[in-house]
Write a protein that binds this ligand. Structure first.
Ligand code: FPP
Length: 262
């Protein structure tokens, strides 16, 4: 998968093509993480029940996933259900779980077709057994895929993940003096994965909402006013173009500007 693949997929004359051509293939974010927000407000504006926003958001998931795979991103992480989301009305929670199961069943073929590896990040054992079984099955069936890694954050909390990692490190018998940042990261749900370069949040909220707290230490944050159900390929490409204009310094200093050198 590559930028050429993406360009070939976008219909000629589409505005997305101009946008895609602005992307520098050698400076792609390796890992993009997205807080999919605004489903409820999207539905409210249309005088629809909140769950209709979640239902509509599935099409955005499809579009963003396929765009990411074709573009050649390494990892895409979508925040689908937090440890705090259990506080929502039971009917909304059960609809979200139903949508997830339906999504897994209908999209498995797409995951295989695009060489996508599927992984759940979160406290999986807090999910219903029948959902766990389907998630595990999707992970197993896509395990040998070598393209995009698609993490879905489910029953996920950043603080919970750090506590789970600390417990796992203790259970593994790691001596306190042997523990450093790299070692600790091996006990996170995302062990072995690069940290997100780009964190996108839809619907205009300026919060990280307990998402990937450890991993986003140096992520570039991009917030769009667009509600998740309206987020499409074009919005992802816009975010990547904006990301590529950022100057990432990781706490260092900007390189000196040399006269005559762009
Ligand atoms: C936040 O919007 C969104 C969620 C809590 C759920 C996101 C889930 C989906 C898009 C569907 C399932 C996903 C997959 C991968 C199958 P909100 O409800 O908090 O919106 P609001 O802030 O406008 O109320």
């Amino acid at each position: 998968m590559s930028l050429e693949q993406l360009l070939a997929w976008i219909p000629p004359g589409s505005a997305d093509l101009d946008l895609a051509r602005q992307i520098q293939p050698d400076r792609l974010p390796q890992h993009v993480a997205i807080i999919m927000d605004g489903n409820g407000r999207w539905a409210g504006r249309r005088h629809l029940p909140r769950v209709e926003g979640h239902r509509a958001g599935i099409q955005s998931v499809r579009d963003v996933l396929e765009t990411s795979a074709r573009l050649g991103l390494g990892v895409l992480t979508l925040f689908a259900f937090s440890v705090e989301n259990w506080k929502r009305p039971a009917s909304e929670v059960s609809t979200l779980m139903m949508l997830l199961r339906r999504y897994l069943r209908s999209e498995l073929a797409t995951l295989l077709e695009h060489d996508i590896r599927f992984k759940v990040v979160g406290r999986v054992d807090g999910l219903a057994p029948e959902i766990r079984a389907e998630l595990t099955d999707a992970e197993r069936r896509t395990a040998a895929n070598a393209g995009l890694l698609f993490n879905i954050a489910l029953n996920y909390g950043g603080r919970t993940e750090i506590v789970d990692a600390a417990r796992a490190a203790m259970a593994a018998g790691i001596a306190p003096e042997a523990l450093d940042e790299d070692r600790f990261a091996q006990f996170l749900y995302t062990a072995g994965q690069p940290d997100p370069d780009l964190l996108i949040r839809t619907s205009g909220e300026m919060r990280v909402s307990n998402f990937l707290l450890w991993q986003i230490a140096y992520s570039e944050i991009y917030v769009t006013e667009t509600y998740w159900p309206d987020f499409r390929r074009r919005d992802l490409l816009e975010a990547i173009v904006a990301y590529q204009k950022r100057d990432r310094r990781y706490g260092g200093i900007a390189p000196p500007v040399v006269a005559g050198v762009p």
